[in-house]
Design a protein around this ligand. Structure first.
Ligand code: SF4
Length: 355
């Protein structure tokens, strides 16, 4: 934390970030390393001012439907990685997914996020058919996919079928760090290439990373921030790393809520229009974590619309919250939480507002 002799430097960095929406990699690393409650307060106020100007007090809501916890990959941090034999695997039927969308529509959701492991069942034909049926039933809704790395042809087909947005967390903008979080068969270069293809195809594109993942220091985080500066995603999701008991990272420390909130404010300042979710991981580590995320500069929440019977099985990390409630309860709970901090959940597709 900041000593008296460092203060002027940090003040200069804060000013520079607010004025130029950019810092050098070293500048970000110093800002993170030397942060103090005062610095966090200044950045939060600026993030709030920018968000208010673009989005007012509105919070966009996304209905998250977890299609399948079957995954061919083996990411070291993930509770549903293929080598975790203790997971009870499931895959929703097309009818169950459509029913979840119908329930969500009744509750005021106008975006559905279809998320899942890299499950070969959901090939292009299956997904295109599904998206077509969702769009036919709910033409005023946006569909977001979060189904991992696919080919250029696949992304193009899914876009033509009506998908509006795609989320693919980059996890780390530092190739060495990325390799420490993933098995050797996964490639940093391919992950970044997928993100570039998604953007070029025309999707509203989202990336993101965990805060406090193993081997991460200020250096890696500052590279993530430089990547956000240059890539300019439409969405960026960050949440504290939370270890899962059946992964190689079981014994690692969880990430910091305080640092996650600090980074949310910086993200809002770097790219004021960006859609930033206040993630379930924040709410898992801190009872008012999602409210704090919104106060720090986030403007999206993503309650779960998956059938209650499967929610506990989609456990990416330990003790994930909101696995026992009905969709309506989740929506009502979040509405009250947002109202308690002077925000309101709106019935809206919630597209990015570009200047
Ligand atoms: S993080 Fe995603 S791709 Fe990796 S193992 Fe988990 S579900 Fe599969």
């Amino acid at each position: 934390m900041s000593g008296p002799e460092r203060k002027p430097d940090i003040d200069t960095l804060v000013r520079e970030l607010i004025d130029r929406r950019s810092l050098s990699t070293e500048g970000y690393a110093a800002l993170i390393r030397e942060r103090s409650p005062e610095t966090a307060c200044i950045l939060r106020a600026e993030a709030d001012r920018l968000k208010e100007r673009i989005y007012g007090r509105d919070v966009y809501v996304r209905g998250l439907i977890e299609l399948s916890n079957i995954c061919k990959n083996d990411c070291l941090y993930c509770g549903i990685r293929r080598s975790n034999a203790s997971v009870e695997r499931y895959r929703l039927s097309i009818e169950e997914i459509l029913l979840s969308c119908d329930t969500g529509y009744e509750l005021g959701f106008r975006t559905f996020v279809l998320q899942g492991g890299e499950d070969g069942f959901f090939d292009d034909d299956v997904l295109c058919g599904l998206i077509g049926r969702i769009k036919e039933k709910h033409p005023d809704c946006a569909v977001t996919l979060s189904m991992g790395e696919r080919s250029r042809e696949s992304y193009e087909k899914l876009f033509k079928a009506g998908t509006d947005r795609y989320l693919l967390r980059h996890e780390s903008a530092d190739p060495l760090h990325y390799r420490k979080l993933h098995p050797p068969e996964m490639s940093f270069e391919n992950r970044m290439e997928c993100l570039r293809i998604l953007k070029a195809t025309g999707y509203q594109t989202g990336c993101g990373f965990m805060v406090g993942s193993p081997f991460q220091t200020e250096k890696e985080l500052s590279e993530d921030l430089k990547f956000i500066e240059s890539f300019k995603p439409d969405m960026c999701g960050i949440g504290p790393f939370i270890p899962h008991k059946a992964t190689p990272f079981a014994g690692e420390k969880p990430g910091s809520v305080e640092l996650t909130l600090f980074l949310i404010s910086i993200l809002r300042i770097i790219h004021p229009e960006m859609l930033i979710p206040s993630t379930t991981a924040l709410g898992t580590l801190s009872p008012a974590g999602r409210e704090e995320g919104i106060r720090a500069g986030a403007n999206v929440v993503m309650p779960n619309l998956s059938p209650k019977a499967v929610r506990k099985k989609y456990e990416l990390y330990d003790n994930k919250i909101c696995t026992g409630e009905e969709s309506a309860e989740c929506r009502g709970c979040l509405e009250r939480r947002m109202e308690s901090i002077g925000h309101r959940i709106v019935t809206d597709r919630g597209d990015i507002k570009k200047r």
